[in-house]
Every structure is written in C-alpha cells, then in structure tokens.
Design a protein around this ligand. Structure first.
Ligand code: ZN
Length: 322
C-alpha cells in the first residue's frame, strides 16, 4: 500500500513534473512568439516611419514636377497661341514683325558701329579732286575715286595722290563717252584696257575696281550690260554700282542740306552703303557739302572706308563670279 502510495505520489509528482515540464515548454513558445511579435512590431514601425520619411523627402520633388507640369502647360499654351497664330489676322502678325524690325532699327540707330559707308567720287580728276582730297585728309577719312582717262600732269598727279594717301583708285572708263564705249563689246573692252594701262603706268598699282558710266542699270548701252559685267569679271575686275546717292548728278539744283539728307537717308537703311558722288570740275557744291556730311557721318559712328576686297558687292545687275 505504501508502495502504491509512493507510486501514486510518484505518478502525481511525475504528472506534476510532467505538467511542470509542459508549462515550461509552453512558456518558452510564448516567449518566442512574443519576441518574434515584438520583432515584427518594431519592423512594422520602422517600415511606417520609413514610408513617412520617404514621403516627406519626395514631397518637394512632387511639387517640382507639378511646377514643371505647369510650365509645360504654359509652354503648350504659348505653342497653342503660336499655332493658333494662323488664325490671328495677318495685320497682327505684320505688327509683330514691324515692332521687331523697329526694335532692331532702333538698336542699329543707337549703335551704328557695324554700319559701313563707302564714299565714291566719279568723273575726276579735276580741280575739285584736289579739294576733295584735302577735306578727306582733314577728316582722316578714306574714299574711292572712279576716275576717267586724262594724261596731263595735273591729272596724273591726282591719280598718284589718290593712291599715296590711301584711297582706292578705281576705273570709270577712259573716254566716259557713252556712245563710244557702249557701241560694242569690242569698243568697251578697248576702252577698259586703255584706262587700266594708264592708271597702272602712272601709279604702279593695278586697278581692280570698275564703275560703269551710268552704272550697270543704264539704259543707254547697245550691248547687254550683263555681258559687259560678265566680261569684266572674267578679266579679274570687280564692278560696283551704288545704293546711296547725294543727288549731285540728278540735274536738279539741290541745296547742300538736301544733298546731305539724301545721303543720310540712304545710309540709315543700309548696313553697307556705297555712296555715289562726283568730283568733276562743275561739282563745286559736292565739295562744299562734304565737310558737313563727314561731320554727320562721324557723329553717327559709322565706319567710313575705301572699297577693298572686304566690301560687300553693291551691283544693280549681277553676274555669276567667273
Ligand atoms: Zn560718270
């Protein structure tokens, strides 16, 4: 009986120990789950914090994207405006262009630094050539003289002086007789050779530039001006007409002021102006107005230059180069 009591005790104890062992196991499982739960809980919190932080960082970016979007919209609006421009009346478009041109014009008016003015004197040498040379010297300006053929000593001294003082000596035919030089191609080039030889013999400089009497746009020539111009180009000469003029050969009795204004008006509208004037013996008024013209051009701060290889071609009738 004692044994059975012991056994019972043992069994009970055993049961107890068993149940104690079971509880221990249970506890450790619970602990494990608790640790795991805690770990996941912390992980979750980190994740949530992470998301929030990320959002806060991304926030301004999103805003930037939105702003950009707004700009794009504005851009599209502009584009739409431009595209719908076709619907805008031609007048509005023209006004816009006019305003732009005005603006450019105002800028060039304010700043004439890039404007180039080439003063040219035709029909010399004469007594007036000397006066013109003196005035140009006084104002420290160089010009171009398209001369005709004269073989007296004074005329030869003028050819020389033109070259020596840094001006460009150009040809304007030997005879300057329209009915002779424009009679035939042969006659024209005979005359051309004559003036070219004379200027070279006197100055030692081969003349390059040529101005047709009456310009390439003259209506007197019996020969096509295009064929003469082409012939000149083939012979290595470069011809210049003009796009500005004082009006000293119009036959009208213009005042000095009118002549100056004629030139300035043309200079205003061109970036490169080749100004037609004359230094023949009867052109006293050209000499008289020249100092005032130079003063005004200098005030405009334009470049006053002699024609050279850098001068943009100003030609009424054009031909292909060579
Ligand atoms: Zn002439």
């Amino acid at each position: 009986m004692r044994k059975s009591q012991d056994d019972t005790k043992k069994i009970i104890e055993g049961g107890y120990s068993f149940s104690q062992n079971g509880n221990k196991k249970k506890n450790s499982v619970i602990k494990r789950w608790a640790v795991l739960g805690g770990f996941f809980f912390i992980l979750n919190i980190c994740f949530i914090i992470g998301i929030c932080f990320n959002r806060r960082v991304q926030g301004p970016k999103d805003k930037a994207v939105m702003v950009q979007g707004a700009e794009n919209e504005a851009g599209h609006a502009e584009l739409d405006k431009e595209q719908s421009g076709s619907k805008v009346s031609k007048k509005d478009k023209k006004d816009k262009v006019d305003k732009q041109t005005d603006k450019q014009h105002q800028t060039s008016k304010k700043d004439n630094v890039n404007k180039r003015v080439y003063l040219t004197f035709d029909d010399g040498p004469s007594k007036n050539t000397e006066k013109v040379l003196d005035i140009l010297k006084e104002y420290d300006v160089h010009a171009t003289f398209f001369v005709i053929g004269k073989e007296d000593d004074f005329s030869k001294s003028m050819y020389k002086r033109i070259v020596e003082e840094g001006h460009t000596l150009g040809m304007h035919s030997y005879s300057h007789k329209y009915n002779e030089i424009y009679e035939s191609k042969k006659a024209f080039f005979q005359d051309y050779r004559k003036i070219k030889k004379l200027l070279y013999d006197v100055t030692g400089v081969r003349p390059v530039y040529y101005r047709f009497p009456g310009g390439t746009s003259n209506t007197i020539s019996k020969v096509s001006m295009k064929s003469l111009a082409s012939g000149l180009t083939k012979r290595g000469s470069v011809y210049f007409d003009w796009n500005a003029m004082s009006g000293d050969a119009t036959g009208k009795d213009l005042t000095k002021k009118q002549m100056i204004n004629n030139v300035l008006k043309d200079v205003e509208i061109h970036n490169t102006s080749v100004v037609l004037m004359h230094d023949a013996s009867e052109k006293d008024k050209t000499v008289e107005m020249l100092p005032d013209l130079l003063k005004k051009l200098k005030k405009m701060k334009v470049d006053i230059l002699p024609i050279d290889g850098d001068t943009p071609l100003v030609q009424h009738v054009k031909v292909e180069n060579k």
